[in-house]
Design a protein. Structure first.
Length: 108
């Protein structure tokens, strides 16, 4: 069975973005044993130093609507709740993307 996983990364190598501040997400097609890069999705981050924008948070979650999970370096409780309502499970795995995906495959 194949599904998609989003990864919050600024450099394409490391999971280094807070969910609400991620300017892009790398999307991977994942099976029970492997992952393969699918596409890059640009994002207008919903969070700033002043707080977060609920409308933009909804747009970010919709951007990832076809994903089963999102791997991030950090995430707030509000974002966790919004993602959960859409059936997207967040994983906090700050690591090299390849290693984070391996950890995800072991823990899902």
């Amino acid at each position: 069975m194949s599904y998609r996983v989003a990864v919050a990364s600024s450099d394409g190598k490391y999971v280094n973005e807070h969910f609400g501040r991620a300017k892009q997400f790398l999307i991977f097609n994942v099976t029970d044993q492997q992952s393969e890069f699918y596409e890059l999705r640009k994002n207008n981050p919903p969070c700033s130093r002043e707080g977060h924008n609920d409308d933009q948070m909804s747009r970010t979650v919709e951007l990832l609507a076809d994903c089963k999970a999102v791997i991030v370096s950090q995430i707030g409780t509000g974002a966790i709740e919004v993602l959960s309502l859409k059936g997207i499970k967040p994983y906090v795995l700050p690591d090299f993307i390849e290693d984070a995906l391996k950890t995800f495959l072991k823990t899902k």
